[in-house]
Design a protein around this ligand. Structure first.
Ligand code: AHM
Length: 335
């Protein structure tokens, strides 16, 4: 642990200096996301006082009930990114279509952002941790023109940066630019994210598995066998129902997170672009693994649709390998 405080801003500027050709745009974008996270954090913390808990009543395009705070987080993040000047477009889990952003002060940005503004929304109105997830891609379309869908439909291996903010007992921002994973805890007394977890390394194995075991009977046989194995091995079951929180624990204590296909969600529930790719990138950067329940590496899946769902198993490398062995042994799907 360093003996002087290093803020998120200092850290990302320092990292930029390590790349002599860097223009500072990514640095600016990460800093703007940090600012947006502080604003969302403020609202999450006082949600109970402001009557923005509970559902608006409408359903989002996936059929989930939209919570007021989801809308707020979505709006705030979009607003910050729109004013940033470093972002050419946004694809958000809360919006059916991507949002092109006009250039600010005549400057054409080369980055686009994918995000889940407030993941784990069913936990909001009972004061349980929720999180923001983001990923940053370099746009592939002509930078002088409006962004296209292809700018967002890039594989996870093309991510330039990814991160999450966990609004928990303390608020922590964890991000990677492909050179390790670092965590910054918000010090509310100075209003700054301060480096608290340097070069995070996921344990090779852990004592926990994280899955919605209530759906056990709806999982395929190989997944049921693997879950039985976890139970036989006396792994503890930990499932918050907020992917950011579940992954955060696994990042530090080791373990495996699973969201397989069910009858309700034949392709899995979680979104490739907004949830699985950014968190998969972070987990891999910390030394872990992220695969689908059909054993494809998450980051190599070719996205076809902005809101594409995917099955997922991610976490400690040895546990993901173990799950893979169960799929290979028991799967009835040829191949
Ligand atoms: P959300 O986009 O409505 O917030 O749903 C995503 C969340 C994840 O954070 C979590 O892992 C999962 O949904 C929980 O789903 P389930 O309640 O089906 O177990």
């Amino acid at each position: 642990m360093q003996n002087r405080i290093i803020t998120l801003d200092e850290f990302i500027i320092h990292r930029q200096k390590e790349h002599p050709v860097a223009t500072g745009e990514l640095t600016g974008l990460l800093r703007d996301i940090g600012v947006a996270a502080k604003i969302v954090n403020r609202e999450v913390n006082k949600a109970g006082l402001l009557n923005i808990l509970g559902a608006v009543g409408s359903e989002n395009l996936h059929g989930d009930t939209v919570q007021k705070l989801d809308l707020y987080a979505n709006e705030k993040l979009i607003e910050c990114l729109r004013n940033s000047g470093e972002c050419a477009g946004i694809a958000s889990e809360e919006n059916e279509e991507f949002i092109p952003i006009p250039s600010v002060a005549g400057k054409d940005s080369k980055y686009v952002v994918v995000m889940d503004p407030l993941d784990g929304s069913s936990n909001i109105d009972v004061n349980v941790s929720v999180g923001t997830i983001f990923g940053i891609y370099r746009r592939i379309s002509d930078p002088n023109k409006v962004v296209t869908k292809e700018d967002f439909l890039q594989k996870g291996t093309d991510l330039v940066a990814a991160g999450y903010v966990l609004y928990g007992t303390s608020t922590i921002l964890v991000y990677t630019t492909g050179k390790g994973v670092n965590g910054f805890t918000l010090d509310p007394t100075i209003g700054e994210f301060c480096l608290s977890h340097q070069n995070i390394q996921i344990p090779k194995r852990g004592n926990f598995y994280s899955v919605n075991q209530g759906y056990y009977l709806k999982f395929d046989v190989e997944m049921r066998r693997y879950i039985d194995h976890c139970s036989d091995e006396n792994y503890g079951l930990r499932y918050i129902g907020s992917m950011v929180s579940d992954i955060h624990r696994i990042l530090f204590q080791g373990g495996i997170f699973l969201y397989p296909n069910t009858r309700k969600y034949p392709h899995g529930k979680l979104r490739l672009l907004y949830e699985c790719n950014p968190l998969g990138f972070i987990v891999e950067q910390a030394g872990g693994k992220a695969i689908s329940c059909y054993l494809e590496r998450i980051l190599e899946i070719e996205p076809k649709d902005l809101h594409q769902r995917v099955t997922v198993a991610l976490g400690s490398p040895e546990m993901v390998d173990e799950m893979k062995a169960f799929v290979e042994k028991y799967s009835t799907i040829p191949g």
